[in-house]
Design a protein around this ligand. Structure first.
Ligand SMILES: N[C@@H](CCC(=O)N[C@@H](CS)C(=O)NCC(=O)O)C(=O)O
Length: 205
């Protein structure tokens, strides 16, 4: 199993899952500073030019964070990262989809890549502000799901591994203030040894 990743990217979610599972795996750096995601070597792995990508034991490659997360949780049920039953699974997928497709793609991408959305350079501050509003709205929607529980669905799951990077980026990259409840959740996730191992491997804190 090999995870193609870039440090401090959404691949952190899969990196945490692999650490939680605890089976041997390889890490392959896709160096965004060298535009490695657009080079032929990586296009042969994923023509989407995105991380995460997971190369499996048979050599085939899986992309899209929700799909990879679900696959790993199902492959290693003993890790307990996905509750059993159709209702629990669909609620987990619902969260993963919202986290990646809405909060990340629509919100954070505007903050980190404003030029993609702005017709001119002068429009970029407005795009960033729109992105921040979308991220804050996303966190305002997810916080009541967390409620007074330790984790989004009660027990720790792949949904928390994904929500981790949303909250981590708020705290470390976008400087979006966390509510007391989200700060406590963030502290709880940061205290997990698997999260600490992921951060150390990616040169983060
Ligand atoms: N829909 C994809 C999105 C992945 C994605 O956007 N990854 C970003 C890193 S956070 C990326 O690889 N960006 C490289 C680029 O756009 O050049 C997923 O869920 O895996």
């Amino acid at each position: 199993m090999k995870l193609y990743y870039s440090p401090n990217s959404c691949a952190m979610a899969v990196h945490i899952i692999l650490e939680e599972i605890g089976k041997p795996y390889e890490l392959a750096l896709v160096d965004f500073s060298q535009a490695a995601q657009y080079k032929p070597e990586y296009l042969a792995i994923s023509p989407k030019s995105k991380v995460p990508a997971l190369q499996r034991y048979d050599g085939s490659v899986l992309t899209e964070l929700p799909a990879i997360s679900w696959y790993l949780a199902k492959l290693y049920p003993e890790a307990g990262l996905l509750a059993e039953g159709i209702e629990a699974e669909v609620r987990t997928l619902e969260l993963l989809e919202y986290i990646t497709a809405t909060v990340h793609m629509r919100g954070y991408t505007r903050i980190f890549r404003p030029a993609t959305f702005a017709p001119t350079k002068d429009d970029e501050p407005t795009v960033i502000e729109t992105g921040r509003s979308m991220v804050i709205q996303g966190m305002n929607i997810l916080e009541p799901v967390l409620g007074d529980k330790d984790y989004l669905l009660g027990n720790y799951s792949i949904a928390d591994c994904a929500f981790f990077y949303i909250v981590y980026w708020a705290a470390r990259r976008a400087h979006i203030p966390l509510s007391a409840r989200l700060q406590a959740y963030f502290d709880r996730l940061m205290a997990r040894p698997a999260v600490q191992r992921m951060l150390a491997a990616e040169g983060l804190h």
